[in-house]
Design a binder for this molecule. Structure first.
Ligand code: TRP
Length: 334
């Protein structure tokens, strides 16, 4: 609790290009949560180095992601937007929690299995203990709720188990976090294979709309989106491509599924795809504009980074000191 508000924590990796799926499924929904919660949105750069990164590129992407948080409408005065690497407590608590996590648990993590298959030449310890660092992120802020996608649910479950285990030994140290279930966040699928999720790590650039794509690119990608050989624009199980486009159009325009079906009754896929492209481009336009302004205002963004890292660090340290004391580390002499 801070100022009578419950704590909410989430994070995103700065690797890969942020997609429309990330925006409609996460970022957009984060904007108003600060009315109800004390929100911390972290750029999780420590997690990023579990796979090899080009340093200059990582630095640039991390800053861009932080600016994108702001450009997407998350108010940096009302939310704490910061880099994980600026708050050393993440790594310090991560170490301690490693000692409270079993290899058997980590062996079961499906994301580890997927990622080690993908990066077979670099299956490092960090990739293996990635979920423990994520647990540290969440527990450091005594988070009550964590908005996460289905793919991160297993990590959140593990976080709860670690917290329980620690509390059983040392008393009530950590708040046990829960998944934030708000209004169903949109699940946006790949434009090239609508049976899988739109992903920032997809190798085919036509599969994803990147949040920074320009209007022409957006319209072209929607035009090429994989659909079926039918012609009707209806929301149906056996039309995953059209269903995905209806979902996107619905969230982007604020219209219900039924309204969308009605609007395009009797019209063809071509008209529909163009409308989806234009609507999405309209939604992203103000974000691009704001991002552009932020890119040109280094002093302002630097100020946000400094102030928010301090705020996050202060709160993180409170938990960290308590944990260090509980496990038996010697008192600091002042
Ligand atoms: N692992 C998350 C992902 O890849 C990112 C993340 C890191 C995170 N720490 C977190 C999400 C803490 C929520 C809470 O999506």
């Amino acid at each position: 609790m801070l100022d009578g508000k419950k704590m909410l924590f989430s994070g995103m990796q700065a690797t890969g290009n942020i997609t429309l799926g990330n925006y409609l499924g996460a970022l957009k929904n984060w904007v108003n949560l600060c009315d109800e919660y004390e929100c911390f949105y972290c750029v999780v750069d420590l997690h990023s180095i579990t796979v090899r990164q080009e340093p200059a590129e990582l630095r640039k992407r991390a800053r861009n992601l932080l600016m994108l948080y702001i450009a997407a409408g998350i108010d940096p005065e009302k939310n704490c937007l910061y880099y994980q690497s600026h708050v050393s407590g993440h790594a310090e608590l991560g170490w301690i929690l490693n000692c409270f996590t079993y290899m058997g648990e980590l062996n079961r993590m499906t994301q580890f299995k997927d990622k080690s298959a993908k990066h077979a030449d670099n299956i490092n310890g960090g990739l293996y203990t990635y979920p423990v660092l994520m647990a540290a992120d969440i527990l450091l802020f005594q988070s009550d709720v964590v908005p996460v996608g289905a793919d991160q649910m297993q990590h959140l479950e593990l976080t709860r188990d670690i917290a329980q285990r620690f509390n059983n030994v040392y008393g009530d140290v950590f708040t046990i976090p829960e998944a934030y279930v708000g209004k169903a966040g949109a699940r946006i699928m790949s434009l090239q294979d609508p049976t899988k999720k739109m992903s920032k790590s997809d190798e085919n650039p036509n599969a994803s709309i990147y949040i920074m794509d320009d209007r022409d690119t957006i319209i072209r990608k929607f035009k090429r989106a994989v659909t079926d050989s039918d012609t009707r624009i209806i929301y149906s199980e056996d039309k995953p491509g059209i269903r995905n486009l209806i979902d996107i159009y619905s969230v982007a325009s604020g219209k219900t599924i039924a309204e969308v079906e009605k609007e395009f009754d009797g019209k063809g896929y071509g008209d529909f795809k163009l409308a989806v492209g234009e609507t999405v481009a309209d939604v992203l336009e103000p974000i691009h504009k704001r991002f552009d302004e932020l890119s040109k205002d280094k002093a302002y963004v630097d100020g946000i980074i400094k102030a928010n890292a301090e705020k996050a660090g202060y709160i993180a340290n409170k938990t960290l000191r308590k944990v260090q004391k509980k496990v038996g580390f010697p008192e600091r002499i002042r």
